[in-house]
Design a protein around this ligand. Structure first.
Ligand SMILES: Cc1cc2nc3c(=O)[nH]c(=O)nc-3n(C[C@H](O)[C@H](O)[C@H](O)COP(=O)(O)O)c2cc1C
Length: 311
């Protein structure tokens, strides 16, 4: 019988007990999943995107199921930083996994202020800067699609925080490696990708878009090959850890990202399909490693073999 494999990974100085992390916006503020998931087994928890003021998001309908995925245009509804600190953080502080706050703003100053306020808080391991939301009019992707504004936002946040700084990248760009390098140069500790891919669905009877916002962000299994390709490209192009996100439903999906070079993975849409997807994925990774006598999950990270095979 082989030994229990070691699942821990490091993310630029932060130790995670395993590489499985919740994706922002798909796991609430974690308490919503209490009783469904053993929260203390998670590698890390990333909470719903926070803004300075509470936000109502976009009008409904704002979610629609599509083949192998879903479109959403929530528009970053959230309780705002003040209520987060008062009502959500006390519970999060009782959990053992590192907690990351995902932030978004409509100006560089918003991002900097959010980072400064979070920097002062105990119980927050780091921030994930969302410069990639396709569903808000100002901010979000408006920053994430241009290397100069990415640099400005990340530099401003870096000045205000000593905590771990993850920059979350959008797939809705021509060359994701240009954006990734800009975030790295501005001081990001790690990169996460991908956010959703802009998409659309039409009701042919009413001839109306199925989402009130007209377009939404596509997530779920449909985006996995795109996400995997982009993660692999960014791993080649940068020196900082990359967290893979996009359509990860099973341990096998997660392993594909790890082999392609991701230091960790985030689980999003899968949480809606199966609330305990995260812990199932942790178990599945462990079984995969054990069955192959691989001692550590870190032994498979970045082991993708791309040289042509000889027949
Ligand atoms: C309903 C919903 C809400 C989301 N909200 C956020 C958010 O607040 N901030 C953010 O950075 N990403 C948000 N995302 C994007 C996810 O974190 C993730 O990047 C994306 O869904 C791709 O992963 P998946 O295919 O595993 O869902 C949201 C996604 C969904 C489906």
């Amino acid at each position: 019988m082989s030994k229990k494999p070691e699942l821990n990974v490091t993310l630029g100085g932060i130790e995670l007990q395993n590489p499985v992390v919740t994706a922002s916006g798909t796991f609430g503020y974690a308490r919503e999943f209490e009783g469904l998931v053993d929260l203390n087994r998670l590698g890390a928890i990333i909470v719903k995107g926070l803004s300075l003021q509470p936000a109502r998001g976009n009008p409904p309908p704002r979610i629609v199921e599509t083949p192998c995925g879903m479109l959403n245009a929530i528009g970053l509804e959230n309780v705002g930083i003040e209520a987060f600190v008062r009502d959500k953080l006390p519970f999060l502080r009782t959990l053992s996994p590192p907690i990351f706050a995902n932030i978004y703003g409509t100006t560089v100053g918003d991002y900097a202020e959010l980072a400064a306020r979070l920097d002062a808080l105990e119980g927050i391991a780091g921030v994930e800067v969302n410069i990639s939301c396709p569903n808000v009019k100002a901010g979000g992707l408006a920053f994430g699609a241009d290397p100069d504004s990415v640099f400005q936002v990340v530099e401003a946040v870096r000045e205000k925080t000593t905590k771990h700084l993850i920059v979350k990248l959008s797939p809705n760009v021509t060359d994701v490696t240009v954006i990734a390098r800009s975030a790295e140069a501005a001081g990001a500790d790690s990169l996460s990708l991908i956010n959703t891919i802009t998409g659309m669905a039409v009701d042919i009877e009413s001839r109306r878009p199925k989402i009130a916002n007209i377009t939404g962000g596509l997530s779920g299994p449909a985006i996995k090959p795109v996400a995997l390709r982009m993660v692999w490209q960014v791993v080649q192009a940068t020196k900082i850890p990359v967290i893979g996100i996009g359509g990860i439903m099973t341990a096998e999906d997660a392993l594909e990202f790890l082999i392609a070079g991701a230091a960790a993975v985030q689980i999003g849409t899968a949480n809606f399909v199966k609330p305990h997807a995260t812990t199932d994925i942790i178990d599945g990774i462990e079984i995969f490693l054990k069955n192959r006598n691989i001692a550590r999950v870190s032994d498979i990270i970045g082991t993708l073999e791309t040289a042509p095979s000889i027949f």
